[in-house]
Design a protein around this ligand. Sequence first.
Ligand code: FAD
Ligand code: DHB
Length: 388
Amino acid sequence: MRTQVAIIGAGPAGLLLSHLLAQGGVSSVVLETRSEEYVAARIRAGILEHSSVELLASVGLGSRLRAEGDEHRGIYLQWPGERHHLDFVDLAGRSVWVYGQTEVQKDLIAARRADDQEIHYEVSDVSLHDLADSPYVTYTDKDGQSQRLDAAFVAGCDGSFGPSRASIPSPKVHEKVYPYSWFGILADVAPSTDELIYAWHPDGFALHSMRSATVSRLYLQVPNGTDPQSWSDDRIWDELATRLGHGQNGWKLNPGPITDKSVLPMRSYVQTPMRHGNLFLAGDAAHIVPPTGAKGLNLAIADVALLSKALIAQVKEKNPTLADAYSDDAQRRVWRCTHFSWWMTTMLHTSGDPFDAELQLSQLRWVAGSRAGATGLAENYAGLPLGY
Ligand code: FAD
Ligand code: DHB
C-alpha cells in the first residue's frame, strides 16, 4: 500500500491533518490502535480557542460547533469571598467556545467518512522505518494480517504513548511533573454558572466547566495516586461546594447524577525537534501541558494547521521551506502555551506552603484587578492568532 502521507493516530491531530491535506489535494492513510467508537467517546478537553474555531469553520467543520457549542465571553476567577469576571472579548477582542473534544472528534470522523478517507482502526504493532530516506510503516491489521504502508512522509499524531516520538534520535526533552492530579466528573445536571469558574481555595483548586445546557463538567485538585472510586458522590459534591463557594453571595452549586469519574495526573513535557527526516510530530506526540487553561487540544490544532501547509507545499510544489521551518515555528506556540499552562496551574493549585499561598493570592488579586494583568490572561486563554 502507498500513500503520500502516513498518519499515525486518529485523534484530533491525525484526523484534522488528514482533512486539511485532502483539501490541499494530498492523500493520506490513517492508522489507529483503538476502535472508532472508543476514539469518539473518549472524554477529554472542552474549550476551543478563537483561532481553533475559525480554522475548523473555514474547512467545513463549523456548522454543528456553531449550532450546538456555546460561545463564552470569558471566565470567572475566584478565591474565598471574591469572584471576578474577566471579559476576554472586551480585553483581547476574542471569545472561546465550549464544545467537547468528543464532539470535535465526531465531526472529524463524519467529515473524513464523507470524503472516503482510508482509516484503519484497531491496528497493532505499529512500527516506523527508514524515515531519513524512503519511509514506510509496518503494522498488524485488525484481522491479524501483517501490512506495510509506504509514504513520502509520516505524521506522528499518536499522542503521548505512541511510537512516533521515540523515532526521533537524541531529542531534547523538557519535563515537569506536578505533585497533584485533577479528579474530573461529568454530571447530568444543568451548569450552576453561565461561564467557567476557576477557583483557588486553601483545600485545593476547583473548576466548574460544562459540556451543554444539561451536562456539567467539574474538576477538583487531589493528591497524585487518588483512586476515583474511593470518593463517594456525596463527598465529591461537598468538596466542590466548599471550594467553589456554595452559599457565597447567594450562589448555589446544583448537584446531580455523576456519570463519569476519572483522575488525570498533570505534567508539562516538550520534545524537540518535532521533525526527523521525513517524520513530523504533531500534538500530544510532541508536547503535553497540564490541563489548567485548556491548551492541549488547541495546541494540537495549531500544530496541524502549520504541518498541513508544510506538507502540501512539499508534495505539490516540492517546496521544502515550510517543512524545514516547521519544528521551530511550532515550538514558539508550544512554549507560549507551556508557559501559560504552567502559570495558570501554579497560580491556582495549593501546595500546602503558606508563603506560596500568599504569593498566589497576591497574583490573583493583581490579575483580576489590573487591566494589564487581566489582558495577559485573556490573550493567552482566548488564544494567540494562528501563526504566532
Ligand atoms: P490524542 O488525542 O491522544 O490522539 C492520539 C491517537 O493516537 C489516539 O487515538 C491513540 O489511540 C492513537 N495511538 C496511540 N498509539 C498508537 C499507535 N501505536 N498506532 C496508532 N495510533 C496510536 N486537554 C485540555 O485542553 N483540557 C482537558 O480537560 C483535557 N483533558 C484530558 C484528559 C485526558 C485523560 C487526556 C489523556 C488528555 C486531556 N487533554 C485535555 C489533552 C487533550 O485531550 C489532548 O491534548 C488532545 O487529545 C491532543 O490530541 P492528539 O490528537 O495530539 O492526541
Ligand atoms: C475544561 C478543561 C480545562 O482544562 C479547562 O481549563 C477548562 C475546561 C473542560 O474539560 O471542560
